[in-house]
Structures are given as structure tokens and as C-alpha cells.
Design a protein around this ligand. Structure first.
Ligand SMILES: *Cc1c(COP(=O)(O)O)cnc(C)c1O
Length: 404
């Protein structure tokens, strides 16, 4: 076996496909909202593995369920069903609009299933002409070919040959553009309730209402991508609840497994029936280990006091960030909901979100970016107030370095 000492960051360039540019330190351990690297250096985690580790690292109940289910059975295949999958589907359907669930392993896969289902539903019910998908600029839905095709960032599609056809991208929150584009050929409108990767941009409630109306008017399905916003991230179990509209299909992933790969596509019975036997599938999707873990995450998060604490912690974050901004004047807006927050940088710091991120890391704090102009924070939903305060202090140190 290779000595652990030799597993250094430099090895990355020698053995990995170069599509990522990871940080220089290598984390080896985490607990709650703290992480330690190979050198024993401590970090406060405001990144949450990109809005994933919703209950934090090494949560005792997560370790217990991993052990319990691990000792029983990890994997079966969809030739059989299993108890944790049935339980998780029951939890998800009783907590949401949905009546049926399809399990996948990542956000992109859940969206792939959603888009395929929307096309199949429209084709079966109305014929092949009705296949057009409307999606939004800066939207993000994953990195498979269908999901980059629906995604609103052209750079993720470039160089991969012909994208999937029949997809129109419109400006987000632009009711007039939407009214002009939607037609009886539209099979689905795909939106995030709040664009995460696109810069922490919330949907206007009036826009969301109009999306729902236009879908109804044209018999198109509303596909809500809640991969980033779901599982309590915005302070309600799913964000559509706050918009006062109900989707036809919804996807959930990131926070659902607290870092264990699991995702779900949720829909109604009337729509689900169009994915009949043999029409779609996944080897791992819905495996007992993943579902047991996700079930425990939902148990921990889907509680009124936990969800309301997300909103209290959000206010604490926003007040802290506003105070830092009053001293350093680096952001034009502090935005987001729940524990998905963005500091939109002022004109002077355009393009420098990565510089703030690096300065934060140097100070011992992990944050994210959402595009080049927004510093993003998406910590554990259970982050203690003391860690919020300590992390904000480190963030202020980082901001002071960049701004001076
Ligand atoms: C992260 C993300 C995805 C992709 O999820 P993967 O698990 O990386 O495939 C899709 N949609 C949204 C809104 C996301 O934030």
C-alpha cells in the first residue's frame, strides 16, 4: 500500500483528469461544522460540500444508521424493492405534493429522469410535436448531456457536439419573455425556485405564479429543480412551498443524503404512470444503504423546530454579513434565503469571488462562490450559533485582507 505521506495534492495532477482545480489542502476529518486537514489545521465549514452536508459531518445518528443498515444489506438492485426505499418514498410523498418517487444517485440523474418523463408524458398524451422545453438563463441542472442542454450556461455545453434539441432559454424572472415563448408545443418549463449556481437569485413570486398559470394554460409540466434548495435549505422542507405554487415534477438531491449519493424525482400518479415498466432505470438508484441514510436525514430535518431554526440562523448570518459590509463595503447585496446565502460583490470587486474564497480559506473558513461575482455560503442546517459567529469573524479577517 502506498504510504499515506505520499498522498499529497501534487499527486492530483499525475492521476486525475484535469477537470477540477481543488484547493491545496486535503481535508481528512470533519465533525459538525468543523473540518481538519492533513496537517491538523482546523476550518469552519460554511460550504457544506456545496449545500450537501445538511446535518453536518459525522452526525452521531448518521453514523448509527450507516452502521445499522451496512450490517443488514447495502445493495440489491431494482429486481427487488427494499424496506429503506419504501420507507423513504413514503416519507417524501407524505411530506410533499408528490404521490410517486423515482430514486437516482445525483441531481443530474434525477433531472435527467424528470426531463425524460416530461417528454414522454407529452408525447403519450399529446403527440411528438409537444416536446419543447423552456428553461432559464444561468439555470443549472447538472452535467449530463441532457442536463447541460437544459441548463442556461452555454459554456457547459460547448465542445460536446450537438446538444439536445428543442430547448429554449429565457431570462429568469421575465414574465413577458415567457409569455411570448410558451406555446402548445411546450412540454415543460424547468426552473429552480432560487438559482443557486447562477448567483443566488430567487424567483419572484409573481413570476412563479405566472409560470404555473402558463403551464396550466398550455398543458405543459412545471419541473421544479430543488436539487440545491430542497431538504430544508431555504427554511421550508422544499422551496416551492414558499412560492405558493405546486410543481408537477420536482427533483431533490444535494441535501438529501448529507454527502451519501442519493437523489429523488417526485411527481403525481397521473404523470408517473408514463414511465412504465422498462422505460427508465438505474442500477444503484434506491439502494437500501442510500435510502436508509436519506430517511434519517429527513427525520432529522423535517421537524418544525429545525426548519424554523434555519430561518433564525439565516437572520443571524445576514445581520453578521451586513455588519461586516458596513465596515468594508464590498458587497452590493446580501441575498438568499434560509442557509443558502450570497454576497454579491460591488462593482470594484467584480470577478473576484474566488479571491474572497481563497482569503477565507487562508483564514480557516470554507466558503463557496456562485459564479465570479457572488460569494456563497451553504453551511449545515444544524450549524451552532457559536460556529456561525466564529466563522463570520474569520470571514471578516478575510474581507479585511482583500479590501485593504
Ligand atoms: C448541483 C445541482 C445539480 C446537479 O447535481 P449533481 O448531483 O452534481 O448531478 C442540479 N441542479 C441544481 C439546481 C444543482 O444545484
Amino acid at each position: 500500500m502506498m504510504a499515506k505521506k505520499s498522498l499529497k495534492r501534487e499527486l492530483f495532477e499525475q492521476v486525475m483528469v484535469p477537470n477540477y482545480a481543488p484547493a491545496t489542502m486535503i481535508p481528512v476529518r470533519g465533525e459538525g461544522s468543523r473540518i481538519w486537514d492533513q496537517e491538523g489545521r482546523e476550518f469552519i465549514d460554511f460550504a457544506g460540500g456545496i449545500a450537501v452536508t445538511s446535518v453536518g459531518h459525522a452526525h452521531p445518528e448518521m453514523l448509527a444508521i450507516l452502521q445499522q443498515q451496512g450490517e443488514k444489506i447495502w445493495h440489491l438492485s431494482n429486481v427487488m424493492t427494499n424496506e429503506p426505499a419504501l420507507k423513504l418514498a413514503q416519507q417524501l410523498t407524505s411530506a410533499t405534493f408528490a404521490e410517486r418517487v423515482f430514486f437516482a444517485n445525483s441531481g443530474a440523474e434525477a433531472n435527467e429522469a424528470a426531463f425524460k418523463l416530461a417528454r414522454r408524458y407529452a408525447q403519450n398524451e399529446f403527440g411528438p410535436e409537444k416536446h419543447e422545453i423552456i428553461a432559464f438563463e444561468q439555470g443549472f441542472h447538472g452535467r449530463t448531456l441532457f442536463t447541460v442542454s437544459v441548463g442556461g450556461q452555454a459554456k457547459y455545453r460547448e465542445g460536446f457536439g450537438p446538444a439536445i434539441k428543442g430547448i429554449t432559454h429565457l431570462p429568469y424572472n421575465d414574465i413577458m419573455a415567457l409569455e411570448a415563448a410558451v406555446s402548445d408545443k411546450t412540454c415543460a418549463i424547468v426552473m429552480e425556485p432560487l438559482q443557486g449556481e447562477g448567483g443566488i437569485i430567487a424567483a419572484d413570486p409573481a413570476f412563479a405564479t405566472r409560470v404555473r398559470e402558463l403551464c396550466d394554460q398550455h398543458q405543459a409540466l412545471l419541473v421544479m429543480d430543488e436539487v440545491q434548495t430542497g431538504v430544508g435549505r431555504l427554511g421550508t422542507l422544499y422551496a416551492y412551498e414558499q412560492l405558493g405554487i405546486t410543481p408537477d415534477i420536482m427533483t431533490s438531491a444535494k441535501g438529501l443524503g448529507n454527502g451519501f449519493p442519493v437523489a429523488a424525482m417526485l411527481t403525481t400518479q397521473a404523470i408517473a404512470k408514463h414511465l412504465g415498466i422498462g422505460t427508465h432505470g438505474s442500477t444503484y438508484g434506491g439502494n437500501p444503504l442510500a435510502c436508509a441514510i436519506a430517511g434519517k436525514v429527513l427525520d432529522l430535518i423535517n421537524q418544525p423546530q429545525v426548519l424554523s431554526a434555519v430561518n433564525t440562523k439565516s437572520a443571524r448570518f445576514k445581520a453578521g454579513l451586513a455588519a461586516i459590509n458596513s465596515r468594508y463595503d464590498f458587497c452590493s447585496e446580501i441575498r438568499g434565503r434560509g442557509l443558502l446565502l450570497g454576497c454579491a460583490l460591488t462593482e470594484q470587486y467584480q470577478g473576484q469571488a474566488g479571491v474572497f474564497q481563497q482569503a477565507a480559506a487562508d483564514a480557516g473558513l470554507m466558503v463557496l462562490v456562485a459564479g465570479p461575482n457572488v460569494v456563497r455560503m451553504a453551511p449545515s442546517l444544524l450549524i451552532p450559533d457559536t460556529d456561525i459567529d466564529a466563522g463570520l469573524e474569520l470571514f471578516e479577517q478575510a474581507v479585511a485582507k482583500v479590501v485593504s
